[in-house]
Design a protein around this ligand. Sequence first.
Ligand SMILES: [Fe+2]
Ligand SMILES: [Fe+2]
Length: 253
Amino acid sequence: MATTMSLIERADAQEERMSDELDVIYTKSALANMEDGRLGASGMGMDTLSKHPGKLFLIGDDPRLPKMPAKPTLMDFFKFRARGANHLLQSATHALKAGMNEKTILACLLHDIANALFVKSDHGYWGAQLIEPYVDEEVSWAIRAHQALRFFPDESVGYEYPVLYTKYFGENYEPDDYIKDAYQRARSHKWYMTSRMITVHDIYSFDPNAQVSWEPFIDIVGRNFRQPEDGLGYDNSPVAHMWRTIRRPTKYL
Ligand SMILES: [Fe+2]
Ligand SMILES: [Fe+2]
């Protein structure tokens, strides 16, 4: 009787084949495995090495990904690592046309940076943390809070519960308690409106055919994002490791 390979076994076999075709052995993080709905094998030590004679684990740049400059800028990360920036550019363009100030435009431009470069789960929190050392506190605060504010209407600025969320998560979806709490805290915060503006410009920014460009935002980024001289990831900031991990997601350690 022919044995049927499970999806997981097939994925494992595929990964092994890939490693065999290349010069190095790739390892996947526990998180990347969980994102595939499984717990990864804990091994990936000598036993794995012996299955691939003559090969070593990858401990540097991943040759399957675009090469990055030695001292990467924010723009380099978008250019070489992001899975698209169209939604962000649409959102910032909308804010620019509405005459928002530069902090708000930057917040719109970077509000979903976590989705673009890192992880989606709790994207507002990850995104805010990633840029926190390099922007005005108001910008990162607004990005962190937008995740919660998106679930709650504010008639004063014409923001309704997103139709998209009803389609994505169903009619009866209720946000988690920590999101409800975050909303309550944000509501009375002095920067509430900055974060609220992210949500307002967000809803107009899902047009797959929109023509957008970085051009209007280069100077705004230049003035409002403190690009470290040594490059993102090499400035010894509290989040430098996050940028390094985005640069080299499969580095063994
Ligand atoms: Fe978002
Ligand atoms: Fe968004």
